[in-house]
Write a protein that binds this ligand. Structure first.
Ligand code: ATP
Ligand code: MG
Length: 553
């Protein structure tokens, strides 16, 4: 009987699992270590270094929030730096979207917008310096050839070549990254900022430490895969004898029921599996924003999940709970009916309209009240009527009395059906003494349902989103098929003609407000929405319906 309590939802507070600030723990640890060692003299300067080859996702948000918090919590500085060292995959479109997303998240880089490409000359000069020191050499082997030819090379079969620049470190190192890694490769492509000025481009390991060093970064925070690149990061800086930031690794964020690799996110767009980078079912920042996530909720999520040294996968419900909690505080309450059924109040005067007071947000009295039109014919949800209902069904069924939100008590009398036996209309009578929702004789009703006056209702398109994938880890080896085989065919349901109260249609311009459709969930006007043609995205349902399914087994 999962349905039994739904009528009571108005009175219930959302369950609040106040996020513990786990992120701070990681930061405090680092700062405490610095204090002991005296490194950086108490200075903190972090950066977020995206490569402009895709849109940002929630994993990047974790990195942004961590680096930004690390700086702001310690009177430090924060750079936004584009790691634009690979012209073949990078585009200005991505630069623009990253700027928008980082700004939206609230990480303020002030005047510290940096581009790795601004350091190309300096990197080149540093490389020449290493060559002169005998620490780098030009080679004609590609990285792929290297592993095949490694043994023969070791035997001295080949002369030193001349088509990549490589560091001269140790071909016998147990750490692959230290086996004379490539520093520069030849790429003939237009760079989004330097055009065709450069024909050689620096590799990540060479470039990244230099970017950090040039900018005076203290803590270069990166994901765990770079742990065994750290000796190389250190080697380059040590050989050059330049300022030396510290690389610190942390676990990347993985989320259930989604994919986060840029390649796959791009493939889903290109293959038409989703409507674009900002499809509201995607874990991209622009997708989350379009769906109705707030910067506050994304930041709260990032604080709550914390920062660890081992990889794990976070349940997507943690993210959903974060936005629920935030929107519960801030969303404007409205009434909308997704699957309308006519309710006729037989003893209500024909042609009359009452404008009733409705509270905009019980969590914030400052949001005030609005007027909601009430009349003889209303729309209610189809699921709020049942002809032959069990005892614990606290909604409309013949003989049962319920409260109409903000209005009156009504008692159900009968229903009208079509030839196929579908209910087309429900009839009831109201008690005029219960206006505003309470009976003078103190009698109680168990259920409260929402409604929209039929005469005043406005049509809206409502998009109900579910998880993009139907398995927890579409990427994992335990799911052997291509990840696209696990796309959830029911991840989008479009309701073409929902009925909403006038205030909702009037507030349907994109970005105008976040709404709670009472008893249903949180909604946000889509980027395609207008007052004339409202379109609402369901951000998240009121309760975690998946938990309910799991509970029922
Ligand atoms: P790639 O390097 O393959 O293009 P990427 O996801 O690493 O993809 P970057 O632009 O290099 O993309 O990432 C920018 C920053 O975001 C890096 O510091 C990286 O460590 C961090 N980052 C990327 N993905 C995640 C994730 N899932 N969780 C946490 N941090 C991440
Ligand atoms: Mg990367």
């Amino acid at each position: 009987m999962a349905q039994a309590q739904e009528g009571d939802r108005f009175e219930k507070k959302e369950e609040n699992s106040a996020p513990r600030e786990k992120q701070l723990h990681f930061i405090e640890q680092i700062i405490a270590d610095d204090e002991k060692s005296g490194k950086f003299g108490g200075r903190v300067h972090t950066r977020f270094p995206p490569e402009p080859n895709g849109y940002l996702h929630i994993g990047h948000a974790k990195s942004i929030c961590l680096n930004y918090a690390m700086a702001t919590e310690n009177n430090g500085l924060f750079n936004l730096r584009f790691d634009d060292t690979n012209p073949a995959k990078e585009e200005t479109e991505y630069v623009e979207s990253i700027l928008t997303d980082v700004r939206w998240l609230g990480a303020d880089w002030q005047d510290r917008l940096c581009f790795a490409s601004d350091y190309f000359q300096q990197m080149y000069d540093y490389a020449v310096d290493l060559i002169k020191k005998g620490k780098a050499y030009v080679c004609d082997m590609t990285a792929e050839e290297m592993s095949d030819l490694f043994a023969r090379m070791k035997a001295g079969e080949f002369p030193d070549g001349s088509k990549t620049l490589r560091a001269k470190i140790d071909m016998a190192s147990p750490n692959f990254n230290m086996r004379d890694p490539v520093m520069y490769r030849i790429v003939h492509a237009e760079h989004h900022r330097t055009g065709s000025a450069w024909k050689i481009y620096p590799m990540y390991d060479w470039a990244h430490g230099l970017e950090d060093s040039i900018e005076g970064i203290t803590h270069s925070i990166c994901t765990l895969e770079f742990e065994n690149h750290r000796p190389l990061y250190d080697w380059f800086l040590d050989q050059l004898g330049v300022y030396h930031p510290q690389q610190i690794e942390f676990a990347r964020l993985n989320l259930t029921y989604t994919v986060m690799s840029k390649r796959k996110l791009l493939e889903l767009v290109k293959g038409g599996y989703v409507s674009g980078w900002d499809d509201p079912r995607r874990p991209t920042i622009c997708g989350l924003r379009r769906r109705g996530y707030t910067p506050e909720s994304v930041r709260a999520f990032c604080r709550a999940i914390g920062v660890a040294k081992f990889n794990s996968t976070i349940d997507v419900t943690v993210l959903e709970n974060a936005v629920r909690e935030d929107l519960n505080r801030t969303a404007l309450r409205r009434m909308g009916v997704l699957r309308p059924l006519k309710l006729v109040i037989d003893n209500y005067p024909e042609g009359e309209t009452e404008w009733l007071d409705a509270v905009n947000n019980p969590e914030n009295p400052a949001d005030g009240v609005r007027k909601v039109p009430f009349s003889k014919v209303l729309y209610i949800e189809q699921e709020d009527f049942m002809e032959d209902a069990p005892k614990k069904y606290f909604r409309l069924t013949p003989g049962r009395e319920v409260r109409l939100r903000y209005a009156y008590f009504v008692t159900c009398d009968s229903c009208v059906k079509d030839e196929e036996g579908r209910v087309t209309e429900v009839h009831c009578h109201y008690d005029p003494a219960t206006r505003g929702g309470d009976a003078p004789d103190g009698r109680k009703v168990r259920g409260t349902i929402h409604w929209v006056s039929a005469e005043h209702a406005r049509d809206a398109q409502v998009r109900l989103y579910d998880r993009l994938f139907s398995v927890e880890n579409p990427d994992s080896a335990s799911n052997p098929l291509d990840y696209k085989e696990y796309l959830n065919p029911e991840s989008l349901e479009v309701i073409a003609h929902a009925k909403v109260e006038p205030a909702l249609a009037d507030g349907a311009a994109p970005g105008s407000a976040h709404y709670q459709f009472e008893r249903i969930g949180y909604f946000y006007p889509d980027t395609e929405s207008t007052a004339g043609n409202p379109v609402f995205n369901r951000t998240v349902s009121l309760k975690d319906t998946w938990a309910k399914v799991a509970q029922k087994g």
